[in-house]
Write a protein that binds this ligand. Structure first.
Ligand code: GUN
Ligand code: ZN
Length: 453
């Protein structure tokens, strides 16, 4: 049973904390802030104060303090690219992107015309997010408006900060999954008016990817986004080599894949491009110059054999190259886990294959404050500071016998985080706080409560 309290009540979490003052890709891994005994005071859904336990303990009655010894409190994880309707076909065997889409994805997504199915999967998906400590995600629904209403209704009930949108597809997909340029625009407009800015919810204009939209639909998507410049745009970019050839055939007049989106007005702040693997230097520059963002999807890229993300170039801060806002993402169902710890572990392996050893601090940054930066939400989520929304995850650092054993030989916080991202999964989630309220309690909860008494 979760402890119940209303959001206006004051609660405080005591334990070790980690978050970032700055971007470790620019300032080095010392940008990671570790405090061994912090107190985080939550009030009205926000972090009211954070500091050492010794300095803040007098501000709050001791019965309102929840102590998490042997744990680590982090900002809630942020998944910058995921398809909730694909939760039911995660781990579908075989082939690369285009065949995988045709054989499995487009078959499953047809079921989301049914609002009851969409609602059930939305709630299952959000529960799974909580189980792995993810408190915000940027989500693809399906082409059906019902799938979007179902998702936002569920996210509203869960009180989570979520970004989502109706997929736009008017060609190269089964008839059951196609809209039209005008119909997709009209439906998206209604959904955006209904949900964007409601409570913690935000809307993303969502053309699936260039091959499944006509030029007319890409123009309509841009017109839609212009109606609400503070809304988002999400799509896929340069994931797979056969996809690149297809885009070149469909848009022969464009310089490259990114130029297709830029030409139709779909680049800029709050545009989030999933994958972005096989990019030319010209495309990297235009991503940076337009202040667009990238969602890196390492488990998906391994699963579909798509390729190796270029961390060096994405986060390159040395002139004349400029960095691109980048967040970590699962891309379930091509991604093989909703766990951001597992995703960080796979990002390390992708980096290794490309000659880059991603540190634990940098991986964690991409899943927290860096992801918030990629989503232009760093003033609200992604770090543990006064005034931020109180979305937090408490990780049990000894969640399996092997991890418990391994942690005995661990010397510092960087090593501890690296062990967690290499070995841990949903079993490490001890508690999750969403908008100041406890939304999930994991296996270790009882032991913790016991430890408090
Ligand atoms: N490209 C277009 N649609 C998709 C999708 O659903 N998943 C992935 N991984 N790539 C895509
Ligand atoms: Zn995707």
């Amino acid at each position: 049973m979760l402890p119940t309290h209303d959001r206006t009540a004051t609660v405080a979490l005591r334990g070790s904390t980690v978050h970032f003052d700055a971007d470790p890709f620019v300032f080095g891994d010392d940008a990671l802030r570790y405090e061994s005994d912090s107190l985080i005071i939550l009030e009205g859904g926000k972090i009211r104060a954070v500091g050492s336990y010794a300095s803040l303990r007098d501000q709050i009655p001791s019965e309102a303090i929840r102590h998490y010894p042997n744990s680590l409190i982090l900002p809630g994880f942020i998944d910058t690219h995921v398809h909730y309707p694909q939760t039911q076909m995660i781990g579908a065997y075989g082939a690369q992107l285009i065949d995988w889409l045709n054989e499995y994805t487009f078959v499953s997504e047809q079921q989301f015309a049914d609002p009851d199915h969409a609602s059930a999967v939305s709630r299952l998906f959000l529960n799974e997010c909580l189980r792995v400590g993810t408190t915000t995600a940027m989500v693809y629904c399906t082409v059906h408006p019902e799938s979007v209403d179902a998702f936002f209704e569920a996210a509203h009930d869960f009180d989570m900060r979520m970004i989502a949108g109706k997929v736009l597809m008017d060609r190269n997909a089964p008839a059951e999954l196609r809209d039209t340029a005008q119909g997709g625009y009209d439906d998206s407009r209604v959904l955006m008016d209904k949900w964007h800015g409601k409570n913690r919810l935000l809307y993303a204009v969502t053309p699936r990817f260039a091959p499944t939209s006509t030029p007319e639909q890409l123009e309509a998507a841009s017109a839609l986004w212009k109606l609400r410049p503070d809304a988002y745009m999400q799509t896929h970019l340069s994931e797979n080599l056969a996809e690149l050839d297809w885009v070149a055939q469909l848009f022969p007049e464009r310089k490259d894949y990114f130029d297709v989106y830029e030409h139709y007005g779909l680049a800029g702040p709050r545009a989030v491009f999933g994958h972005s693997i096989h990019l030319s230097e010209r495309e990297w520059q235009r991503l940076a110059e337009t202040d667009s963002s990238i969602a890196h999807c390492p488990t998906s890229n391994g699963f579909l054999g798509s390729g190796l993300f270029n961390f060096q170039r994405a986060k390159q801060a040395v002139a004349p190259a400029s960095p691109v806002r980048t967040g970590m993402a699962t891309d379930v169902g091509a991604g093989t886990s909703l766990s951001m710890l597992q995703t960080m572990g796979q990002a390390y392996k992708i980096g290794q294959l490309g000659g880059y050893s991603l540190s634990a601090a940098k991986a964690l940054y991409l899943a927290t404050k860096g992801a918030a930066h990629a989503l232009h939400l760093e003033d609200k989520i992604g770090s543990i500071e006064a005034g931020m929304e109180a979305d937090l995850v408490v990780l049990d650092l000894k969640s399996t016998p092997l991890i418990d054993f391994r942690m005995k030989y661990c010397n510092d916080i960087h090593e501890a985080l690296f062990i967690q991202m290499t070995l841990a999964d949903d079993r490490a989630t001890q508690a999750v706080y969403v908008n100041g309220r406890q939304a999930y309690a994991g296996q270790a909860q009882d032991a913790n409560v016991h430890a408090m008494s």
